[in-house]
Design a protein around this ligand. Sequence first.
Ligand code: HEC
Length: 182
Amino acid sequence: MKHLLPALILFASIPAGIELSRADAPVGPHLGRAASAGEIARFDINVFPDGTGLPPGSGSVAQGKLIYDRQCLACHGEGGTGSSADPLAGAEMGLTGEWPDQTIGTYWPYATTLFDFNRRSMPMDKPGLLTNDNTYAITAYLLYLNGIIDEETTLDAGTLMQVKMPNRDGFINVWENERQKK
Ligand code: HEC
């Protein structure tokens, strides 16, 4: 009897033969509103490893240094060697070392996704601040600090796609594997 009681109460509370129709289904609390095309465009900024999504614009290593010193140095240190935030360059133990230091040069497989990361999330205290030109410039400076491009380089969509990162083949490339299956 002890075990039957809760079951009986449960059945008693549902009147027989009643089914919820669509019209009776609970409606939403009507919070928020549809995002505008402009708002969606602001978030629709993915750049893929193959360069799809790279915007027009360009920036040089020299311009990138000016931006770095103003917007990034406080956290990432002089020349990207690290401070309160991670070092971005200057690995003492390189890719061929047993325990490579993690920097852009020893870690990132694509320069295109480095552009994406910089544009969407840095500077950490003001993400979204970098224009397309400034993002090309800062990406150029970071690649220069890592010895990947030379000091005279100006990057745009075309030149950025041509950059081959030293650790390109150090990852299991799920993206490429999936693409080849199609
Ligand atoms: C307020 C501090 C701060 C500022 C300013 C800042 N960053 Fe960062 N940055 C961080 C932190 C913290 C991380 C680590 C974030 C994480 O791991 O998710 C980071 C991570 C990064 C990374 C990834 C590092 C890696 O090893 O993968 C890059 C690249 C980067 N920042 C670039 C920049 C650039 C470019 C600027 C300037 C435009 C900038 N950051 C300004 C705090 C900062």
